[in-house]
Each structure stands twice: as structure tokens, then as C-alpha cells.
Design a protein around this ligand. Structure first.
Ligand code: ADP
Ligand code: ADP
Length: 232
């Protein structure tokens, strides 16, 4: 696995003058194979951290690095190969579930493709979808439940197998029962990988090795889950 680091990152969205938008002096390190949780209110800058990791924007000051390399020196294709995202709302293609899941491998070399055993076990995982593996999603894809779509997104990342995973409020659109069900799959996906989990509530990231609290673009607290709970 490889790690991720932000060092004194300063960032403002182009053309945005609001003082709270963006990031100010944000520093943290996620060592290879460990997990970081990020919490904070809406607008705090949590997803901005995700966008900078993928270099959707360049920082104004400081640096963002992946595996010890500044993201400015890594190609966009490599960055995408290194990282996978489970977003809040997964959008699926109007194609079969199989296509949607194999899509996670499209940026990889041919030798890496078609890991039959993994695919078979994923098939079992995804068969928990109401309609099963062979369903042509088609228009019905739009009708998969939120939890089912997240299951497909997770399966896609198992196939892609990136060293770093980013979970951006992956369960926040789900009811609490479905959330609990999906948490187990997310934990399996994150284990042995470097992971960054963005969440609304501390409860969702109780398993993270370290947590930062973001407010108006600044880190206001950091510590373990237990330490931060004690502050609440
Ligand atoms: P969070 O994920 O914590 O809810 P974001 O990182 O999405 O917050 O946003 C942080 C701040 O930056 C907010 O004030 C938001 O309005 C602003 N912002 C987010 N995306 C953009 C953008 N593309 N252009 C301008 N401002 C943005
Ligand atoms: P990839 O291109 O990584 O194989 P996808 O095309 O399925 O994967 O879509 C994920 C891509 O979309 C990521 O690579 C990333 O560039 C972007 N992306 C999606 N959601 C987010 C998010 N919440 N934060 C940052 N980037 C995101």
C-alpha cells in the first residue's frame, strides 16, 4: 500500500472570495495501509480534500502527495489507477451489472483483468441485489435502491483494487439499517488499503485509525475516535 499526505495546503476555489470556502494550512498524513476519518459540518471543506487528492484543482500553497510523490508530478491516469471512490450517490451505466462492475478495471493493464475467482466471489456479494447478477440494469438501473447502488460501487472497487480508497459520505444517503449493512462491505474494502473516509458523524468512522475535524477550511481537532468522543 501507499500513503497520502497534505502539507500546509492552502486552496481557494477560482473566483470565490468567501473567506470560509477553501482550505487553510491543512496538514495530515495517512500512512500506507492506515485509515483517516474526516468529519465536519456541510461546507467545511471535506470534499475539497477529495478533489485536491485527484488534482481536480491545484493547491495555492503547500503540497498534496500520494506515495511520497507530489500529485503535480503524477499523471491523471496514474492518480485514477491509485485511487477509487465510493461517492454519496453512485451513478450507474444503462448496462448490465457485470459491465458496471468490470468498469472499475478499465484503466488497468490486460494482465490484471479477469480475475475469475475474485469475480465469482463478487458475484455472490452482488447477488444480494434483489434481481441478481445477470440482470440487465437498463432502465431498471435507475430504480436500484441507494443501498444496492452502493453495493455495486463497492464491488467495482474490489475489481479495480486500488491501493487507496476514498469513501465520500458513502452511506449518508441510506437509512440506518441499510447503512449498517453496507458498513461491513466498506470495512472489508478498506482493510489492507490506505483509506480516507468522509463522514457527517463521528459514529460512522469509529473504526478509523485517526480522525480530523474540519471547520471552515481548517483542522480544528485531531485524535482517535475515543479522544474526539470525549470532547463532544
Ligand atoms: P463539505 O464537503 O465539507 O460539505 P466542500 O468541500 O464541498 O464542503 O465545500 C467547501 C466550501 O467550498 C463550501 O463553502 C462550498 O460552497 C465551496 N465550494 C465547493 N465546491 C466549489 C466549487 N466548485 N466552486 C466554488 N466553491 C465551491
Ligand atoms: P475511476 O476513473 O477512478 O476508475 P470512476 O470513473 O468510476 O472511477 O469514477 C470515479 C472518478 O470520479 C474518480 O476517479 C474521481 O476522479 C471522480 N470522483 C467521483 N466522486 C468523487 C468524489 N466524491 N471526490 C472526488 N472525486 C470523485
Amino acid at each position: 500500500p501507499i500513503g497520502v499526505a497534505f502539507a500546509d495546503v492552502k486552496f481557494r476555489y477560482p473566483g470565490v472570495t468567501a473567506v470560509d470556502a477553501g482550505l487553510k494550512q491543512v496538514s495530515f498524513e495517512v500512512k500506507a495501509g492506515t485509515s483517516l476519518g474526516i468529519v465536519g459540518p456541510t461546507g467545511a471543506g471535506k470534499s475539497t480534500i477529495a478533489r485536491l487528492l485527484f488534482r481536480f484543482f491545484d493547491v495555492e500553497g503547500g503540497s498534496v502527495s500520494v506515495g511520497g510523490l507530489d500529485v503535480r508530478s503524477v499523471t491523471q491516469a496514474s492518480l485514477r489507477r491509485l485511487m477509487g471512490v465510493v461517492p454519496q450517490d453512485t451513478v450507474l451505466f444503462n448496462s448490465s451489472l457485470d459491465y458496471n462492475i468490470r468498469y472499475g478495471k478499465r484503466n488497468c493493464s490486460t494482465e490484471e483483468r479477469d480475475d475469475a475467482a475474485k469475480h465469482a466471489s463478487l458475484s455472490a456479494f452482488v447477488s444480494r441485489l434483489e434481481e441478481g447478477w445477470d440482470t440487465v440494469v437498463g432502465e431498471r438501473g435507475l430504480k436500484l435502491s441507494g443501498g444496492e447502488k452502493q453495493r455495486v460501487a463497492i464491488a467495482r472497487l474490489f475489481v479495480k483494487n486500488p491501493p487507496i480508497v476514498l469513501l465520500d459520505e458513502a452511506t449518508s444517503a441510506l437509512d440506518s439499517r441499510t447503512e449498517a449493512d453496507i458498513q461491513g462491505a466498506l470495512a472489508a474494502l478498506s482493510s489492507d488499503r490506505t483509506s480516507v473516509t468522509i463522514a457527517h458523524r463521528l459514529g460512522t468512522i469509529s473504526n478509523c485509525d485517526a480522525i480530523i475535524v474540519l471547520n471552515a477550511g481548517r483542522i480544528t481537532e485531531r485524535g482517535s475516535h475515543a479522544e474526539l468522543l470525549a470532547l463532544e
